[in-house]
Design a protein around this ligand. Structure first.
Ligand SMILES: [Zn+2]
Ligand SMILES: [Zn+2]
Length: 323
């Protein structure tokens, strides 16, 4: 008798749970276009980008673009963000990198300056978006300071021209308080390191933060530079695009972190062979790029020779399958 009661009880509990589940699904799916999505959206919507995320004073590095010109489902075009104390410095602005930054803890509106290594499209394609999003998110009174070698002014002016219509739309729609006209665009700060491959210069100094630009070897692209950021007792080096060169070792000496581009020579040659039978230029391009990039192994040699503490490989060429 007791067994029958216990069995019935279990059955009732299971039935009750089943009916509750059905009722929940009916409520959620009553209007699937908004109720289910709305529940999920409400559970995830939040906006909490703040420099307070980096509680301890220090030098932080975010890779917001680790790809290169070839399409890579997982990677945006090259960009490294360095947070030095309360200053946010962006290095290069590859296509899609601003969207990646918006997914990071560092708000685009907080970017204090942009440093450009050279003018290959994969390093500047996102510059317009960065200038616009910084303006929209941060309501700055001043345009974004942009540092780069000779040619940077033409590039900045070009992006400003391309975004001129959008500037007008944004001011008209959101008002001058949200989009102060003076804060639109960028201000180019040009430096000239000359042609000596070993030359360098401090091109930015603000409080405890110092940025040194140095020449790298990316011929026929000239000028092309790398950057070293010094903050209190910490330092980070961003190579830009370069083949192996003594300049890299010299300017990376005792750095805490070296963020180096890298091209896998073996994979690139495989790509060149695979592309031979196609109608595209992929074979020629995969062959040409072999002579002006550094390999991961060579980057490791630079790190070892310069007594660098940590090596970060970025600008992955060619795109590799994710595992
Ligand atoms: Zn590149
Ligand atoms: Zn390049």
């Amino acid at each position: 008798m007791n067994k029958i009661i216990s069995k019935n009880k279990k059955l009732l509990i299971v039935l009750g749970a089943y009916l509750t589940l059905c009722a929940s699904l009916v409520i959620l799916l009553r209007n699937p276009s908004d109720s289910l999505i709305q529940v999920l959206f409400e559970a995830t919507v939040s906006y909490n980008q703040s420099l307070d995320y980096f509680e301890e004073d220090g030098l932080y590095i975010l890779t917001t673009g680790t790809g290169a010109p070839m399409p890579d489902k997982m990677r945006a075009g090259p960009q490294t963000i360095v947070v030095a104390g309360k200053q946010v410095l962006a290095f290069d602005a590859g296509p899609g990198s601003t969207l990646k930054q918006e997914l990071s803890p560092v708000d685009v509106g907080a970017v204090d300056a942009l440093f450009v290594t050279h003018f290959h499209s994969d390093h500047i394609g996102g510059m317009g978006e960065l200038m616009l999003k910084r303006w929209g998110n941060g309501s700055p009174e001043q345009p974004l300071p942009i540092y780069g070698p000779a040619g940077i002014e033409a590039v900045v002016n070009g992006f400003e021209s391309a975004y001129a219509f959008d500037k007008g739309y944004r001011i008209a729609h959101h008002g001058e308080e949200v989009m102060p006209p003076m804060g639109f665009g960028g201000v180019a700060n040009t430096f000239d390191l000359g042609s000596d491959l070993m030359s360098s210069e401090t091109i930015y100094k603000n409080g405890d933060v110092e940025v040194i630009a140095f020449n790298v070897a990316h011929a026929p692209v000239f000028p092309a530079v790398g950057y070293r950021v010094n903050y209190k007792s910490r330092s980070a080096v961003i190579t830009g695009d370069t083949k192996y060169t003594e300049s890299l070792i010299h300017h990376s000496k005792n750095a805490d972190v070296l963020v180096s581009e890298a091209l896998n020579m073996k994979f690139s040659k495989m790509l060149a062979v695979a592309g031979e039978d196609t109608e595209t230029n992929i074979s020629a391009i995969a062959t040409d790029i072999l002579d002006y990039h550094i390999s991961p192994k060579e980057a490791a040699v630079v790190a070892r020779e310069a007594d660098v503490q940590q090596l970060v490989i970025t600008h992955i060429l060619p795109p590799c399958p994710q595992i």
